[in-house]
Write a protein that binds this ligand. Structure first.
Ligand SMILES: Nc1ncnc2c1ncn2[C@@H]1O[C@H](COP(=O)(O)OP(=O)(O)O)[C@@H](O)[C@H]1O
Ligand SMILES: *[C@@H]1O[C@H](CO)[C@@H](O)[C@H](O)[C@H]1NC(C)=O
Ligand SMILES: *[C@@H]1O[C@H](CO)[C@@H](O)[C@H](O)[C@H]1NC(C)=O
Ligand SMILES: *[C@@H]1O[C@H](CO)[C@@H](O)[C@H](O)[C@H]1NC(C)=O
Ligand SMILES: *[C@@H]1O[C@H](CO)[C@@H](O)[C@H](O)[C@H]1NC(C)=O
Ligand SMILES: [Mg+2]
Length: 498
């Protein structure tokens, strides 16, 4: 992961920024970004003349309008029909960009209207009393901080990353802090709209948002202020950590991803592609994968004249799709997502240590996604079949049933004074805790570990409903424990005579 050193450095830098941001949220200061068009610095690339000023401004305004146009089609049809006239708020008195036909009040419509429609949403008022501050992550565009709302509710706040590449580049190009804040804020606004329209268990939950200064005007600060998105809190996806976790947890992440991609292919917005598809755009919430970075999602399939226009290019593979009669690369978004899932997730997470009875199915999934032979429906079906088999234990049919006879079972008992050994990949750092379908599978595992002399089932289950079994080399005594069963391996007879 090349970004690691960077993110540490960023974290140090940004902690300062976060404090500043939150202080400004808390005191709801009216202080705005200094630069306006009237005190726009004279110095531009060539020492600056009036003409160059104007062209910079024009370019920025045209970019702002591009961003707006990107969002409009994402609004629901009801919103779209409200064809409100108007102009950009900040620049409205000064510039009339010809293509801008919508009012910023459309945004109020989105925010106020949606707030009423989704009663669980929070607004700026929720941010007035934030408790704790920490950085969860940052990217080119956004900064994500961890806060605890009154009532012990942990949430994540997304803000414009003032130190990010997006902001830096804009400032270089336009030298207009306020205009750039507005430009970069559009990515957050686009994300708010997408989060409202693409609700799914594998998409981070939008808890609310605040446009403008917290507490100042109930969040109706409009275009000029700071945009804050309030999200369910997750943990950034740690690929390295995930690589060391049990197959069951890695499979869970891949399954969540496939369920997400199936949803995105048939979403209310049409087939949605994730253009920036990398593990860092996802988080996990209690082990479940959730997409958090949506500002690079696109619901448009490219238009085409020939098949050659429908080429998907990846570093090691190219694919060409047929150009449909309508002149659209149909299914391109879905295929792009599937191949990205294959190359960023499946190759690392899926084959390694797959349960023996499931390897042929996993291999088939690897091949059909890596070659783009299966569509997302077939891929989801294949994943759900693996899940079903894994849960049912049917893949264990060839374990000898007699294996459990090597053990004496003591129900309602636990152990104390355990001597544990480590195994990999264990659910516990100290000992050997693995998920099993049944005592029979646990017995099979214990037989295969030379140190193992007993194991316990405690009734604890994994997300699939499989049982957690802890294996040990010895223990000093048994203690009553209503929820637990201890299986003690019978001493091996020196010579088997039966
Ligand atoms: N809800 C969340 N909970 C925890 N961490 C998050 C959450 N959302 C984002 N992050 C972290 O913050 C980082 C930046 O967020 P992201 O939306 O990807 O910004 P950018 O668009 O700048 O890439 C992500 O890579 C992720 O690690
Ligand atoms: C900008 O240019 C004008 C006229 O050329 C000059 O009067 C003014 O002082 C300059 N402002 C700055 C901030 O340099
Ligand atoms: C994919 O296509 C590009 C552009 O046509 C070409 O340069 C590249 O070599 C191709 N890559 C592979 C792996 O075929
Ligand atoms: C899929 O299987 C074919 C035939 O066995 C093989 O040539 C190909 O490399 C496999 N592709 C992937 C991505 O695993
Ligand atoms: C895939 O599944 C979706 C929803 O379950 C369904 O609407 C669609 O028709 C299916 N597509 C194909 C090609 O089977
Ligand atoms: Mg990101």
């Amino acid at each position: 992961m090349p970004g690691m050193g960077n993110s540490l450095r960023a974290a140090a830098l940004l902690s300062f920024v976060v404090i500043t941001i939150l202080v400004s949220l808390l005191i709801s200061s009216v202080q705005q970004f200094g630069a306006t068009l009237t005190n726009f610095p004279n110095a531009t690339v060539d020492g600056g003349d009036e003409g160059e000023f104007a062209s910079l401004r024009k370019a920025l305004i045209s970019q702002l309008n591009e961003r707006r146009k990107e969002i409009i089609p994402l609004l629901s049809s009801v919103d779209k029909e409200k064809d409100l006239p108007g102009e950009h708020r900040y620049y409205s008195q000064r510039y009339q960009a010809p293509e801008s036909n919508w009012d910023y009040s459309l945004w109020n419509e989105i925010t106020d209207g949606s707030r009423k429609a989704h009663m669980d949403e929070m607004g700026c008022e929720a941010l007035v009393d934030v408790q704790a501050v920490d950085i969860l992550g940052s990217g080119y565009t956004k900064l994500v901080v961890k806060v605890v709302l009154p009532g012990d509710q942990p949430v994540a706040l997304k803000l414009v990353n003032d130190q990010g590449t997006d902001m830096e580049k804009c400032l270089q190009d336009f030298k207009d802090p306020r205009g750039c804040n507005e430009l970069v804020s559009y990515k957050l606004k686009k994300e708010i709209v997408l989060l409202q329209r693409l609700k799914h268990p594998n998409v981070i939950r939008l808890r609310g948002h605040c446009l403008g200064d917290a507490g100042r005007d109930g969040g109706r600060g409009g275009e000029g202020g700071r945009v804050t998105v309030i999200l369910e809190q997750g943990s950034p996806l740690q690929m390295i950590q995930l690589l060391q976790s049990p197959w069951e947890e890695r499979f869970r992440v891949c399954l969540g991803l496939v369920r997400l991609l199936h949803f995105l292919s048939h979403s209310p917005l049409g087939s949605v592609a994730l253009l920036d598809f990398q593990p860092r755009q996802f988080v996990t919430v209690a082990g479940e994968l959730k997409l958090t970075d949506l500002d690079d999602a696109s619901a448009e399939e490219p238009t085409c004249q020939t098949d050659a226009d429908c080429t998907l290019q990846f570093p090691h593979r190219n694919f060409t799709l047929p150009c449909s009669a309508r002149g659209v690369c149909e299914g391109l978004n879905e295929k792009r997502n599937i191949y990205n899932a294959y190359r960023y997730f499946f190759t690392y997470l899926l084959p390694h240590q797959a349960p023996p009875g499931l390897t042929h199915l996993v291999d088939h999934i690897m091949n059909s996604t890596g070659e783009l032979k299966a569509d997302i429906n077939q891929t989801l079906e294949a994943f759900e079949r693996v899940l079903l088999l894994y849960k049912s234990g049917l893949h264990l049919d060839n374990l000898p049933p007699s294996i459990i006879r090597d053990y004496t079972v003591m129900r309602g008992m636990g152990t104390s004074g355990d001597v544990e050994y480590r195994c990999w990949p264990s659910y516990s750092h100290r000992g050997c805790v693995l998920s099993v379908h049944s005592a029979r599978e646990a017995a099979f595992i214990c037989n295969s570990h030379s140190q193992c002399t007993s194991f316990s089932l405690t009734g604890q289950k994994t997300w699939t409903g499989r049982l957690l079994a802890s294996f040990r080399s010895s223990f000093s005594h048994l203690v009553p424990d209503g929820t637990s069963e201890v299986y003690l391996r019978k001493a091996k007879p020196p010579e088997t005579t039966e």
